[in-house]
Design a protein. Sequence first.
Length: 257
Amino acid sequence: MRRNALLAFATAALVASGLAVTTARAAESEHSLEHQRWSFDGLFGTIDQAAAQRGFQVYKEVCAACHSLSLVAYRNLGAIGIGEDQIKAIAAQYNVMDGPNDAGDMFERPAKPSDKFVAPFANANAARAANNGALPPDLSLIVKAREGGPDYVYGVLTGFVPPPAGVTVPDGMYYNAAFPGHQIAMPPPLSDGSVTYADGTEASVHQEAHDVVTFLEWTAEPELDARKKMGVKVILFLIVLTGLAYAVKRKVWKDIH
Ligand code: HEC
């Protein structure tokens, strides 16, 4: 009897923690965003590395023209399974300002794996000037920074639709179903075939959006995978410990009754 009660308690605790994670996410989305299936959903979810790598390609070839990713260093890409040599080659495609050298001058050099992602614009004013006065936000934490998280970012990327009758959108603005206020200064960044995936995945707008959001989930919470794996281990350990403690208790008390 007692053993059953214990087991039931442990199971209930597990289920409850799983539910808490899911409902926390659900409560965040307000704009009736369609929930997508994410590899990182739920208690046992992890970042799908192949999707994250494809998403990095989308970021690098499309989004990086306007959006910085200032909290991520090139070497961090190792965590989504990109090899060291490839990381070196990626970093070397960019130039960073370094210095001062012995003569007191600043100088440009190719980026190293330890450098943070090089931003597309020198400063916020330059970024605004190139984007019709609007500032493309840094994307490192965007998935965490917005209500609705991954579903919201996916919603913005796939939400460019013709405005409803009677709504006029000013020059340089675009109608977007998911963006609050529905007028966004970002031109639709994705189209079918914006990138060519090396693994042969078909690059539809939905696929590209899904992949880049998986990548941005990782940049926003790079330690998520490790934390979830540790959490599962801890819970397994506690269940085993509970069983052991119970067995010991029975043995110790056997003769005393
Ligand atoms: C041509 C430049 C440009 C490109 C390319 C671009 N963006 Fe943007 N993006 C902007 C600008 C400008 C804004 C600010 C819009 C505003 O505030 O109206 C923005 C805003 C956003 C937002 C923020 C919405 C919010 O809630 O504030 C997200 C998310 C976003 N972009 C993601 C992306 C992703 C992902 C890509 C690549 C697939 C991308 N963008 C490509 C210019 C761009």
